[in-house]
Design a protein around this ligand. Structure first.
Ligand SMILES: Cc1cc2nc3c(=O)[nH]c(=O)nc-3n(C[C@H](O)[C@H](O)[C@H](O)COP(=O)(O)O)c2cc1C
Length: 188
Protein backbone atom coordinates (compact mmCIF):
# COMPACT_ATOMS: atom_id res chain seq x y z
CA UNK A 1 0.00 0.00 0.00
CA UNK A 2 1.23 3.50 -0.86
CA UNK A 3 1.96 5.54 2.26
CA UNK A 4 2.99 8.81 0.63
CA UNK A 5 2.93 10.35 -2.85
CA UNK A 6 6.03 12.40 -3.58
CA UNK A 7 6.33 14.88 -6.44
CA UNK A 8 9.87 15.23 -7.80
CA UNK A 9 10.82 18.51 -9.45
CA UNK A 10 13.98 18.29 -11.53
CA UNK A 11 15.69 21.63 -12.10
CA UNK A 12 17.07 20.75 -15.53
CA UNK A 13 15.31 20.40 -18.89
CA UNK A 14 18.34 18.85 -20.58
CA UNK A 15 17.67 15.51 -22.27
CA UNK A 16 20.79 13.91 -20.80
CA UNK A 17 20.43 15.68 -17.45
CA UNK A 18 22.47 14.18 -14.61
CA UNK A 19 19.85 15.44 -12.20
CA UNK A 20 17.11 13.55 -14.03
CA UNK A 21 19.29 10.42 -14.03
CA UNK A 22 19.83 10.85 -10.30
CA UNK A 23 16.08 11.31 -9.72
CA UNK A 24 15.40 8.11 -11.68
CA UNK A 25 18.06 6.24 -9.69
CA UNK A 26 16.39 7.38 -6.48
CA UNK A 27 12.97 6.24 -7.74
CA UNK A 28 14.45 2.79 -8.45
CA UNK A 29 15.88 2.55 -4.91
CA UNK A 30 12.80 3.83 -3.06
CA UNK A 31 10.65 1.49 -0.95
CA UNK A 32 7.37 0.25 -2.47
CA UNK A 33 5.45 2.17 0.15
CA UNK A 34 6.40 5.42 -1.59
CA UNK A 35 5.12 6.60 -4.93
CA UNK A 36 7.51 9.01 -6.64
CA UNK A 37 6.74 10.89 -9.84
CA UNK A 38 8.79 13.44 -11.75
CA UNK A 39 6.40 16.24 -12.58
CA UNK A 40 6.91 18.39 -15.62
CA UNK A 41 7.90 22.04 -15.17
CA UNK A 42 9.37 22.88 -18.58
CA UNK A 43 6.12 23.97 -20.21
CA UNK A 44 5.06 26.52 -17.56
CA UNK A 45 4.80 30.05 -18.96
CA UNK A 46 7.03 32.49 -17.07
CA UNK A 47 5.31 33.82 -14.00
CA UNK A 48 3.53 37.12 -14.58
CA UNK A 49 1.09 38.33 -11.96
CA UNK A 50 -1.05 40.02 -14.63
CA UNK A 51 -2.00 36.57 -15.94
CA UNK A 52 -3.73 35.62 -12.67
CA UNK A 53 -7.01 37.10 -13.95
CA UNK A 54 -7.09 34.26 -16.53
CA UNK A 55 -4.25 31.87 -15.66
CA UNK A 56 -2.62 29.84 -18.46
CA UNK A 57 -3.93 26.28 -18.67
CA UNK A 58 -0.42 24.97 -17.90
CA UNK A 59 -0.43 26.83 -14.56
CA UNK A 60 -3.87 25.51 -13.67
CA UNK A 61 -2.90 21.92 -14.49
CA UNK A 62 0.41 22.20 -12.60
CA UNK A 63 -1.23 23.62 -9.47
CA UNK A 64 -3.90 20.92 -9.48
CA UNK A 65 -1.37 18.14 -10.02
CA UNK A 66 1.00 19.45 -7.35
CA UNK A 67 -1.82 19.73 -4.83
CA UNK A 68 -2.46 15.99 -5.15
CA UNK A 69 0.94 15.04 -3.63
CA UNK A 70 1.84 14.62 0.05
CA UNK A 71 5.43 15.84 -0.23
CA UNK A 72 7.94 17.39 -2.62
CA UNK A 73 11.50 16.46 -3.52
CA UNK A 74 13.73 18.83 -5.48
CA UNK A 75 16.62 17.42 -7.50
CA UNK A 76 18.51 20.32 -8.93
CA UNK A 77 21.66 21.53 -10.59
CA UNK A 78 23.26 24.85 -9.72
CA UNK A 79 23.28 27.70 -12.23
CA UNK A 80 25.63 30.54 -11.35
CA UNK A 81 25.68 29.53 -7.70
CA UNK A 82 21.89 29.53 -7.43
CA UNK A 83 18.91 27.52 -8.61
CA UNK A 84 17.97 27.35 -12.30
CA UNK A 85 15.25 29.77 -13.45
CA UNK A 86 12.99 26.94 -14.62
CA UNK A 87 12.78 25.61 -11.07
CA UNK A 88 12.26 29.04 -9.49
CA UNK A 89 9.52 29.68 -12.03
CA UNK A 90 7.74 26.47 -10.99
CA UNK A 91 8.06 27.46 -7.35
CA UNK A 92 6.55 30.87 -8.08
CA UNK A 93 3.71 29.45 -10.18
CA UNK A 94 2.83 26.96 -7.43
CA UNK A 95 2.88 29.66 -4.76
CA UNK A 96 0.02 31.75 -6.17
CA UNK A 97 -2.72 32.97 -6.18
CA UNK A 98 -1.96 34.54 -2.84
CA UNK A 99 -3.27 32.44 0.03
CA UNK A 100 -3.68 29.35 -2.17
CA UNK A 101 -0.09 28.13 -2.37
CA UNK A 102 0.23 24.49 -3.37
CA UNK A 103 3.42 24.19 -1.33
CA UNK A 104 1.97 25.12 2.02
CA UNK A 105 2.70 22.47 4.65
CA UNK A 106 4.10 19.83 2.29
CA UNK A 107 7.25 18.25 3.72
CA UNK A 108 10.20 18.68 1.36
CA UNK A 109 13.76 17.57 0.67
CA UNK A 110 16.55 18.65 -1.66
CA UNK A 111 19.22 16.79 -3.58
CA UNK A 112 21.66 18.99 -5.49
CA UNK A 113 23.83 17.47 -8.19
CA UNK A 114 26.79 18.77 -10.17
CA UNK A 115 29.67 17.55 -12.31
CA UNK A 116 31.74 19.97 -10.21
CA UNK A 117 33.04 19.17 -6.77
CA UNK A 118 30.97 21.54 -4.61
CA UNK A 119 27.83 19.49 -5.27
CA UNK A 120 25.66 22.53 -6.15
CA UNK A 121 25.68 23.69 -2.55
CA UNK A 122 24.65 27.24 -3.59
CA UNK A 123 21.49 26.05 -5.37
CA UNK A 124 20.61 23.77 -2.47
CA UNK A 125 20.75 26.59 0.06
CA UNK A 126 19.10 29.28 -2.07
CA UNK A 127 16.24 26.86 -2.53
CA UNK A 128 16.01 26.36 1.23
CA UNK A 129 15.49 30.10 1.63
CA UNK A 130 12.30 30.00 -0.50
CA UNK A 131 11.07 26.85 1.25
CA UNK A 132 11.14 28.60 4.62
CA UNK A 133 8.78 31.27 3.30
CA UNK A 134 6.56 28.71 1.54
CA UNK A 135 6.09 26.72 4.76
CA UNK A 136 7.70 23.62 3.30
CA UNK A 137 9.48 21.93 6.21
CA UNK A 138 12.72 20.90 4.49
CA UNK A 139 14.59 17.88 5.80
CA UNK A 140 17.89 18.98 7.33
CA UNK A 141 19.75 15.64 7.47
CA UNK A 142 21.09 13.92 5.59
CA UNK A 143 22.16 16.83 3.40
CA UNK A 144 22.61 15.80 -0.23
CA UNK A 145 25.28 17.61 -2.24
CA UNK A 146 26.29 15.18 -4.95
CA UNK A 147 29.45 16.28 -6.78
CA UNK A 148 31.55 14.73 -9.56
CA UNK A 149 28.34 13.19 -10.84
CA UNK A 150 29.81 12.17 -14.20
CA UNK A 151 31.93 9.56 -12.42
CA UNK A 152 28.96 7.86 -10.72
CA UNK A 153 27.09 6.41 -13.72
CA UNK A 154 28.03 3.69 -16.19
CA UNK A 155 27.95 3.95 -20.00
CA UNK A 156 24.24 3.08 -20.07
CA UNK A 157 23.40 5.94 -17.72
CA UNK A 158 22.78 3.61 -14.76
CA UNK A 159 23.98 4.66 -11.32
CA UNK A 160 26.88 2.33 -10.62
CA UNK A 161 28.62 3.90 -7.63
CA UNK A 162 27.80 1.73 -4.62
CA UNK A 163 28.33 4.35 -1.95
CA UNK A 164 26.02 6.77 -3.79
CA UNK A 165 23.38 4.05 -4.01
CA UNK A 166 23.72 3.41 -0.27
CA UNK A 167 23.51 7.14 0.39
CA UNK A 168 20.36 7.56 -1.74
CA UNK A 169 18.74 4.62 0.06
CA UNK A 170 19.49 6.23 3.40
CA UNK A 171 18.24 9.58 2.09
CA UNK A 172 14.88 8.28 0.87
CA UNK A 173 14.30 6.25 4.05
CA UNK A 174 15.03 9.36 6.13
CA UNK A 175 12.68 11.38 3.94
CA UNK A 176 9.91 8.85 4.50
CA UNK A 177 10.33 9.30 8.26
CA UNK A 178 10.52 13.08 7.81
CA UNK A 179 7.22 13.09 5.92
CA UNK A 180 5.59 10.91 8.62
CA UNK A 181 6.57 13.38 11.31
CA UNK A 182 5.83 16.59 9.39
CA UNK A 183 2.83 15.92 7.19
CA UNK A 184 0.01 18.35 7.80
CA UNK A 185 -2.91 16.59 9.38
CA UNK A 186 -6.41 17.96 9.65
CA UNK A 187 -7.22 18.85 13.25
CA UNK A 188 -10.88 18.38 14.17
C1 LIG B 1 23.98 28.68 -17.07
C2 LIG B 1 24.81 27.65 -16.35
C3 LIG B 1 25.38 27.98 -15.14
C4 LIG B 1 26.09 27.02 -14.41
N1 LIG B 1 26.57 27.32 -13.18
C5 LIG B 1 27.08 26.35 -12.39
C6 LIG B 1 27.39 26.59 -11.02
O1 LIG B 1 27.24 27.68 -10.50
N2 LIG B 1 27.86 25.55 -10.28
C7 LIG B 1 28.03 24.29 -10.81
O2 LIG B 1 28.43 23.39 -10.09
N3 LIG B 1 27.76 24.03 -12.11
C8 LIG B 1 27.28 25.02 -12.91
N4 LIG B 1 26.94 24.77 -14.22
C9 LIG B 1 27.24 23.44 -14.79
C10 LIG B 1 26.11 22.46 -14.46
O3 LIG B 1 26.33 21.91 -13.19
C11 LIG B 1 26.10 21.35 -15.51
O4 LIG B 1 25.77 21.89 -16.77
C12 LIG B 1 25.14 20.23 -15.14
O5 LIG B 1 25.34 19.14 -15.99
C13 LIG B 1 23.70 20.69 -15.15
O6 LIG B 1 22.86 19.69 -14.64
P1 LIG B 1 22.12 18.64 -15.60
O7 LIG B 1 23.16 17.67 -16.08
O8 LIG B 1 21.11 17.97 -14.72
O9 LIG B 1 21.49 19.39 -16.74
C14 LIG B 1 26.25 25.71 -14.95
C15 LIG B 1 25.69 25.43 -16.20
C16 LIG B 1 24.98 26.36 -16.89
C17 LIG B 1 24.34 26.00 -18.21
Amino acid sequence: MIQFKIAILVGSLRKESWNRKMANALIALAPNSLSLEIISIGDLPLYNEDLETAPPSEWIAFRKHLASFDAVLFVTPEYNRSLPAVLKNAIDVGSRPYGKSCWDGKPGAIISVSPGNIGAFGANHHLRQSLVFLNVPAMAQPEAYIGSVATLFDDQGILSNESTKAFLTKFINSFQMWISSNIKREVN
